[in-house]
Design a protein around this ligand. Structure first.
Ligand SMILES: *Cc1c(COP(=O)(O)O)cnc(C)c1O
Length: 327
């Protein structure tokens, strides 16, 4: 599926690698060639960076003989959505602990997850805050035996290690480039793994763009590296791109996403990838990255566009056919 749609697109380099050059005059004028790594186009049941984070977790759960995988997330969580889909494909039961009110209607994301067999426990904001608390997790484990527990966002050592493979794929695909690798961060687990996977390459700088406010990313990424037994010093955090906070979509961002689709037929979403490309354009236009190639990771998340119906309508006007079946 993904491959076929991708084949023949302008700037397409290698379907197996998901690498596409984007001919954008704004980046070209600034002397910065732009590439996208299209994780949104991965074939199979899991697209986006969650493929790398969850595959290793599910392999582990199966090998350990667990019947169920459980994790935490909000009502629009890409992570829970992916976990439900992948769990079903692997014959594992799934349980989502959701920061939401049980009495309100399920979001389209949770509707999908339910269709794929996920059970839910709804947690208040204050209970949700206890998601890392060992006592709370122990009591949950007693209630749900034979369950493999994955932390919010999938950024445990297994998830981070899974992302090392992605970093290695990138290093193999662009071996001689003086390269900036840019990616959007939620928990920072993907950044940690990708940076470690690219580590041996001297001319690479990995830039993480935090989409959750709070200034905790430097230490969070260091902790992800430590927990997975990895080292990397080729990465940096670029602050202040959250643009109004997690999940917000300003009219300016919506216009940017629609315009990007019109130019390149590449769909971005407002939570991660849209803000990332918007921030990169600002930086490039301010003269940064000159003489280097810029590779932005399209980490997926398109199913979340259903939370932005006005934006979806604007995208339809410039030719976007809508989300693929299966969401
Ligand atoms: C989950 C997600 C991220 C964030 O990944 P982290 O490893 O938590 O930093 C980025 N982009 C998209 C589309 C995601 O779904």
């Amino acid at each position: 599926m993904g491959f076929d749609r991708f084949r023949g697109c302008a700037g397409f380099i290698d379907s197996a690698l998901m690498l596409q050059q984007i001919f954008d005059e704004r980046f070209a004028r600034a002397g910065v060639p732009l590439y996208l790594w299209r994780l949104d186009q991965l074939p199979g049941v899991l697209a986006g960076n969650k493929y790398y984070k969850l595959s290793s977790n599910l392999d582990h759960a199966v090998a350990a003989g667990r019947l169920r995988v459980a994790s935490f997330g909000g009502a629009w969580s890409n992570h829970l959505h992916a976990l439900a889909r992948a769990g079903q494909a692997r014959g594992l039961k799934t349980l989502g602990l959701v920061r939401a009110d049980a009495s309100t209607a399920l979001t389209p994301m949770l509707e999908d997850a339910r269709r794929w067999g996920m059970e839910f426990i709804f947690l208040s904001r204050s209970d949700y805050r206890r998601r890392h608390d060992p006592g709370f997790l122990d009591s949950l484990s007693d209630d749900w035996p034979d369950t493999f527990w994955v932390p919010e966002g999938g950024s445990n050592a297994l998830g981070v290690t899974g992302c090392v493979s992605l970093g290695r794929e990138i290093a193999r695909a662009l071996p001689d480039r003086d390269l900036i690798v840019a990616l959007a961060c939620g928990t920072g687990g993907t950044l940690a793994g990708v940076a470690a996977g690219l580590g041996a390459k001297a001319q690479v700088q990995v830039c993480g763009y935090p989409m959750v406010k709070g200034g905790f990313y430097q230490s969070a990424v260091e902790e992800h590296l430590r927990s997975a037994g990895l080292c990397a010093d080729n990465w940096a955090i670029v602050e202040d791109v959250a643009m109004g906070g997690y999940g917000t979509c300003s009219p300016e961002l919506a216009r940017f996403i629609v315009d990007f689709y019109r130019r390149h037929q590449v769909v971005l979403e407002p939570v991660y990838t849209g803000k990332l490309l918007y921030a990169l354009l600002q930086q490039v236009q301010a003269g940064e990255f000159q003489g280097r190639s810029l590779l932005a990771l399209h980490t997926g998340g398109l199913q979340g566009l259903r939370g932005y119906p006005a934006l979806l309508a604007d995208l339809a006007e410039v030719g976007f056919q809508g989300l693929e079946e299966g969401f």
